[in-house]
Write a protein that binds this ligand. Sequence first.
Ligand code: 6PG
Length: 259
Amino acid sequence: MAPQTRIYNNTGTLARAAAERIALIAEHALSARGRFTICLAGGSTPLSTYEILALPEYGSMIDWNQTHVFFGDERCVPPTDRESNYRAARETLLSHVPVPLGNIHRIHGEIDPSAAAENYEREMRDFFQKRLNQAKPRFDVVLLGMGADGHTASLFPGTPILREKEKWVAAHRVEKLGAWRVSMTFPALNAAANILVLVSGKDKAETLARVFNDPPRPDFLPVQGIKPEDGSLIWLLDEAAHSKLEPPPSLGQDGGQLP
Ligand code: 6PG
């Protein structure tokens, strides 16, 4: 399935569109299987989407009681740390919706990184392979962002984790950050039914143009390694991030997305 691109006037319309799309995926999953599995992205871009998803208007589409929340990556910090992706998701979404605590599967950034990665892999395999009898972690939706260097989740350029083919989760020290990260790997992320990559801001425009136009070299631009095996990939961009790319024919006069 070819990747799709949707462009929005600004971060607000992007966040709303992402929330709408996630809610529709949830509604479909819940009616088809009585369960919704979502893998949240870290960073700041998705936070507005999380706040919108917490609004009561989505309560009728998303049965949080039947929803399982995972994280694509985590910084190796306590869950209360301002750097924690879990903390950010809890503050914007998870503490505002009735998702059972047992359905929130956080990466334990506060413990030894390798142990955190092993524990999370075990938790994921228990959930998908034992409980759901699925060979792979086929999330209904995986949310991702992209850094200005082309990283996604905590898959950074030039790092060995990019070549991981078996593990679903790995820990590594990211030299450029001087910090440890725990991240899902390409095999885990690319098993998803739907992947939404949310990118906003002019600072990402140059890299996004390279991601779309340069030959695929995930070692240099890791987000190019996001290719769902049997699922959809949709890029949700604001105009600033899209500004170095050719406008698609469907772009409306006001820059909004035509139906
Ligand atoms: C993280 C994310 C990371 C993020 C990008 C973009 O833990 O930081 O997983 O991959 O999505 O760095 O971050 P912004 O949305 O803050 O630009």
